[in-house]
Write a protein that binds this ligand. Structure first.
Ligand SMILES: [Mn+2]
Length: 264
């Protein structure tokens, strides 16, 4: 089947994550990217593609070779790829644009029109009401001065810290007692209320036509629900558990999954 004109939405692959078969995870991601033909409309990477990414002026982390190669193959074929930094890969700088030909989008949420439909996209962190602690961490991660300071730590220690933080963050997400801020609670979710208000405002300032699709990641608990002001919100799952992605064929949005080896 041809992938003509299709748009793909992928989030939370968490490449390099500890505690799972990293090669199998990377292979699943690469198999999806390699299945995308040159006539595809584009690929939106909605954050946390890497469990921890930090790049320096002259150096990038080891690992992820096949995934980076598959991204380069896509852009070499002429397929546009957009990379939205998640909270685990905030620190994607010029490597993605210069080496991979990927466009890094820092605006959140980001509105774009595809085949006459309006899409509101982002990783999903920091949208809607979030806790003070989370806002502080987000501010730290995005702070340029702290980024420069972090870059001056030897990578041996910087990556030790980075991987420790990433695995701590994952433990919290997997702990039902502490994961409420990550669990997508549908209509109870601040992100849902944010989308509703955002769509209403967007519609009012754009001649009444609002957002058709909201697509985010971050929560690791996939789900979708209609938005009262119009459109539907989709939250994609984490690839360690599933391998879910969304495809828009110009008419409708469909959620699909990359099969695990052995067909499970
Ligand atoms: Mn994530």
């Amino acid at each position: 089947m041809s992938a003509g004109g299709k748009y793909y939405f992928i989030s939370d692959v968490h490449l390099g994550v500890s505690g799972c078969d990293r090669q199998e995870l990377e292979a699943r991601f690469v198999s999806l990217l390699d299945s995308i033909g040159p006539d595809a409309g584009g690929v939106f990477l909605l954050g946390d593609i890497f469990d921890f990414w930090y790049e320096y002026r002259y150096v990038i982390p080891r690992g992820h070779t096949r995934a980076l190669g598959a991204l380069a193959r896509l852009t070499d074929k002429g397929v546009p790829v957009w990379f939205f930094p998640g909270n685990h890969d905030v620190w994607a700088y010029s490597y993605f644009a210069r080496e991979l030909g990927v466009r890094v989008i820092r605006e959140t949420p980001y509105v774009t029109e595809l085949c006459g439909r309006r899409f509101c996209l982002g990783h999903g962190d920091g949208l809607g009401r979030t806790g003070m602690g989370f806002r502080f961490i987000r501010w730290m991660f995005h702070n340029r001065v702290l980024q420069v300071l972090f870059s001056s730590i030897h990578p041996r220690w910087a990556f030790g810290l980075g991987y420790a933080w990433a695995s701590h963050s994952r433990k919290i997400k997997n702990d039902p007692e502490r994961s409420s801020m990550y669990f997508f609670r549908g209509t109870e979710e601040p992100l849902y209320r944010f989308a509703d208000a955002f769509g209403a405002e967007y519609g009012a300032s754009h001649g009444g036509s609002g957002i058709d699709y909201y697509i985010f990641g971050h929560y690791h608990t996939p789900g979708s629900v209609d938005i009262p002001s119009g459109g539907r919100i989709y939250v994609l799952g984490c690839w360690v558990d599933g391998g879910e992605y969304a495809v828009f064929d110009g008419q409708e949005l469909r959620v699909s999954a990359v099969p695990r080896p052995g067909g499970i």
